[in-house]
Design a binder for this molecule. Structure first.
Ligand code: LMR
Length: 328
């Protein structure tokens, strides 16, 4: 008996993933910080919500809150434990308060390609890393890849020494800080939703992110250009509260986890395409992209790779070796 006005239909129509939850349905709120459209995480979240709302109709109902509209990535971790949201997908760089193991994923030039990442996350090592935060109350449900990261700044960057003296925004990651300092630059940790204005007002000179974040957040519009360094992975942990997950009825949990697993595989298989499209969109919008010569790439690599040693004891030398050898 739900009557909708034209305005109401429009409001609902603009957010494909925001379902009308029925009485008695368990509500699953998913809060994230990126764009809903044209972004690997935004679209994976919509895909997940659509499947849950169709296949678990009557039992569960998922609502997605994109673009930091509900929480930023710091606050969402508390919200998960409080039961205010049930799902989040912060970047693996943002879990330092809970585990130092995920520093692995932030090591510069660890993975040569997204294919190598895909192989690693399906390995025993990758799967074991999903549960390292259970003592803190969090369970990882899967890795959602986002892409490799590129540098941008308010002046041309061809080799790392071009960054000397500049200030770069980084995620809340000490690995990123060490990497930026190895370039002779300084790092400032900022929430994702503060980056555009920090670039625009000159609070920071540059940043590093995936093609789809650079495009959908319009960072390229307030930067001189983007240097195609592919220096580091951006990947998310789809994460939930261990208590919430364990409290589900077994059949409900099984169905939920099956859908999550399938959506994860489907979304990851399309990340490279989405990233290529975002790269092209930047070019089409007049953004400048600088490709590296093999010699220049070697300079980025030799500047950043020594950072690995600083974090070896947090991660474990064997795990680093296993990840670095993936796909080779
Ligand atoms: C960032 O803070 O740059 C990213 O983690 C944002 C995101 O979720 O892609």
């Amino acid at each position: 008996g739900l009557m909708l006005t034209a305005a109401g239909m429009l409001a609902i129509g603009t957010s494909a993933a925001s379902a009308n939850c029925d009485d008695g349905e368990m509500v699953i709120k998913f809060s994230h910080v990126v764009a809903e459209k044209g972004h690997p995480k935004g679209e994976a979240a919509v895909l997940l919500a659509n499947r849950i709302n169709e296949e678990m109709n009557g039992t569960a109902c998922m609502e997605v809150f994109p673009n930091s509209t509900l929480y930023d990535d710091d606050k969402v971790m508390e919200a998960l434990l409080l039961g205010d949201v049930q799902l989040a997908a912060p970047s693996l760089a943002k879990f330092e308060a809970y585990t130092l193991k995920y520093r692995l994923f932030d090591l510069p030039f660890l993975f040569p390609s997204l294919d190598a990442v895909n192989t690693f996350i399906q390995s025993d090592n990758g799967k074991e890393l999903l549960t390292v935060m259970e003592d803190e109350g969090y369970t990882g449900l899967g890795y959602w890849m986002s892409g490799l990261k590129q540098f941008s700044a308010n002046k041309p960057l061809e080799v790392p020494s071009d960054a000397a003296g500049l200030k770069f925004r980084v995620q809340t990651s000490d690995v990123a800080v060490a990497m930026i300092e190895a370039m002779g630059a300084s790092a400032q940790k900022l929430a994702f939703n503060e980056v555009y204005s920090a670039l625009q007002t000159g609070v920071v000179d540059g940043q590093e992110n995936s093609w789809c974040n650079i495009y959908t957040q319009k960072f390229f519009e307030v930067q001189d250009g983007i240097t195609e360094t592919n220096h580091q992975l951006l990947s998310y942990l789809l994460v939930t509260s261990t208590e919430w997950l364990e409290g589900l009825e077994p059949e409900v949990r099984d169905q939920f986890l099956t859908i999550v697993g399938e959506v994860t595989v489907e979304a990851n298989a399309d990340v490279a395409n989405k990233e290529a499209a975002c790269r092209q969109n930047i070019l089409d919008a007049g953004g400048e992209i600088r490709e590296l010569t093999p010699e220049q790439r070697e300079e980025w690599l030799s500047t950043m790779k020594p950072v690995w040693e600083q974090f070896e004891s947090d991660i474990g030398a064997d795990l680093i070796q296993a990840a670095a050898n993936t796909g080779s």
